[in-house]
Design a protein. Structure first.
Length: 207
């Protein structure tokens, strides 16, 4: 009587699930991908526009910016309306630079700033059309922030998160190394078990 055993393929451990502190890598930049093209265009727009508008707050070349300031804000803000525009200009320049460096966070900053502008214009009669335009820009800035969550990597995680990610990677590597050895042991054990009845039958026949 003979027994045959199939050769078992070495099993590979399933990849370890990312720990709480591990971060997924950002998607690769691919200019052939329409999604990345949209992200890049919006990143460029929300970098150039806030910086350009911020610089013009100091020179009033495009328009006389203080006319857009709601009276109630002008009353509580220190200094004149133009003095407040200097503060607005610095803030807009900083927001544009942040979008250029980290759109993952800069998009939300620009969206929040535009929400404040919309509130200002809604409380200033005669500028409702501009308020609607800036509301659309606010939604576009939020869209940029959501796209950036795919293409722009987050800031480096904490030390605890890095340690957890390293421990998970080490455990996966150890499991990968020990899997072929465990499979080979099971194959050898099965072969020895199937050979024992054959040896007993051979002894009976010789008697």
């Amino acid at each position: 009587m003979s027994a045959t055993t199939g050769r078992e393929a070495p099993s590979r451990p399933a990849p370890a699930a990312p720990s709480d502190g591990a971060r997924e890598p950002a998607a690769r930049a691919d200019w052939r991908d329409p999604r990345y093209q949209a992200y890049a265009l919006m990143r460029l727009a929300f970098t150039v526009a806030p910086i350009a508008f911020g610089l013009d707050k100091f020179f009033n070349v495009m328009v006389d910016w203080p006319i857009y300031l709601a009276p109630w804000i002008d009353d509580i803000a220190p200094g004149s309306g133009q003095d407040f525009m200097y503060f607005v200009g610095v803030t807009e320049i900083a927001a544009g630079v942040l979008v250029a460096l980290k759109p993952r966070y800069g998009g939300y900053v620009v969206a929040g700033w535009l929400a404040g502008i919309v509130l200002n214009l809604l409380t200033h009669p005669g500028f409702y059309d501009i308020a609607l335009r800036d509301f659309g820009l606010m939604l576009a800035a939020l869209t940029l922030a959501r796209l950036a969550s795919v293409y722009d990597p987050p800031l480096r995680s904490s030390g605890r998160g890095r340690a957890q990610a390293g421990a998970a990677a080490g455990a996966a590597a150890r499991a990968e190394r020990t899997a072929p050895t465990a499979s080979s042991t099971r194959i050898a054990s099965a072969t020895q078990t199937s050979a024992k009845p054959a040896r007993r039958e051979s002894g009976i026949g010789s008697r």
